[in-house]
Ligand binder design. Sequence first.
Ligand code: ATP
Ligand code: MG
Length: 648
Amino acid sequence: MSDKTYPPSDEFVANAHVDAAKYKEMYAASIEDPSAFWREQGKRLDWIKPYTKVDNVSFEPGAISIKWYEDGTLNASANCIDRHLETRGDQTAIVWEPDDPEADARHITYRELHEQTCRLANVLKDMGVKKGDRVVLYMPMIPEAAYAMLACARIGAIHSVVFAGFSPDALGARINGSGARVLITADEALRGGRKTALKSNADAALLHCDDRVQCLVVKHTGGQTTWTARDHDCKALMAEASTDCPPEEMSAEDPLFVLYTSGSTGQPKGVVHTTGGYLVYVAMTHELVFDYHDGDIFWCTADVGWVTGHSYIVYGPLANGATTLMFEGVPTYPDASRFWQVCEKHKVNQFYTAPTAIRALMGQGDEFVTKCDLSSLKLLGTVGEPINPEAWNWYNEVVGKGTRPIVDTWWQTENGGHLITPLPGAIATKPGSATLPFFGVQPAILDPQTGKEITTTEAEGVLCIKNSWPAQMRTVYGDHERFEKTYFADYPGYYFSGDGCRRDADGYYWVTGRVDDVINVSGHRMGTAEVESALVAHPKVAEAAVVGYPHNIKGQGIYAYVTLMSGEEPSDELRRELEQWVRTEIGPIAKPDLLQWAPNLPKTRSGKIMRRILRKIAEDDYGSLGDTSTLADPSVVDGLIEHRLNKG
Ligand code: ATP
Ligand code: MG
């Protein structure tokens, strides 16, 4: 892994909210007296009844309990909308960029956001939705998705957003799991010029749900025809509804939403986030990690179906009175220039995306980027997987012209917001490292064998967090035991992330992937991410996934799945070249024992490579692939199995 450092420019530092000295001082203060630190940060929000208590947390096995600002009351939607009306009523809250580049973009002001949210909140109330009820959202990336989330928050209903790419089965399971009585969906979603029949999927899902579930349908494309007794026309009802809906007074610890993890490692978990601490934390990280300044245009390319969309399209930016961009489409439609065209068109200042998108676009060539005017960009960000240094360098040089800080943010659905990340004006970055902890976060690296914390600066092991932060998940929906078992049982007294990690001599953290992704080859422990990064660094390789498999002599062997750049053809010669390449890049120990050409890799709907499935294929174990319901394209797996059987 690269150890070259990239400090922010003097110009960036001069304007930044936090510089190196301030980071050190504030971090120390946040660790010395967390209650005082977070008491102060809580003032970012408007409270109905101010809190007197700040943190009340127990990581004690059998008694896990996490509470922040517990005696305060507030409303999240009022914090994201109402409090901005006086000063920002006419400012754009949401820029909406449609799938079709020829269609009109929309600029929704805070005043309009207020009006629409209140209307939808009143529609929900009229349908009988009350404080504490669950509402499932199955929505395209349209403004109504944000209105729906905020409308739920306004009346105290708990939203559970299900990514619109999920199947009827996955949707039905989540409706039943949450006991929701209202589903909000749209006729169709439009992505990359292709329509997905959301309403038909919803109909299929609802066949397996309680008859009393009602369905609010947003007519978006106009393409849906079937209509049943439980369906309501969302826009028509909104048009008739009142624009006045007083926000419900919520306790800081009332749930704001339930959201399922992406399922890369097993069955998705229903993560519960509450109101006060979550909102304080996402507002703070949005401002400081992206160095957001008043008037900036912020674009997070995630889908609202993921936590990244919750925290950094909706709640964080809107709590800060920011302008947030919401994009309906995909990075490669009409062509691989779309992201950059949108940046140019809307003069985007901060751009936040995932390594999977960067790798895909990198494979298409630089011209798609260089033909656009990206001069408005001030900062780039990534989240979701470890970013290979090769992809980082491309992002930095081709997109950022070598002058924009890159924030590689490590966090999880469970965390609510960034935990390990550079602060762009304070911390010199290293390609592939998420660098240092955010304020109030105390990472710990534990030895997986002994379970003991490794206290030397240089360390390698499993990544845990020693203390709580305000946006930490509170429980698994309806299953507190699973919460305790998953996150607090293996290493008592710590929050266990499930990720492997290395800390270098500068104290920088390098997340190496899931703990399960560490392989042991002839007694050498090695993160699969390292081998993948070496492969991706080869000019003909677009993507790679590496897993371990049982090997008679070495204990574990290295199995590499390789996707080539568009236009490259697999050959035995290239196979040998790649094996040799890894030998030279890392060492003979890392040479793949088996290398399989993979036209595509199995990914979750959020774009993460599902290594647990690749592991099964490598082990020749096709019978028990586990939960595959969150796979983006299940046929990819069949293709790989077939190839494996033919020893391709
Ligand atoms: P499941 O928990 O159901 O298996 P998941 O872990 O993929 O799904 P998420 O919460 O979406 O669900 O993803 C969090 C994980 O993504 C982290 O645990 C980590 O493995 C990875 N990750 C996120 N950001 C980064 C980053 N900047 N660097 C390295 N890894 C990252
Ligand atoms: Mg996870």
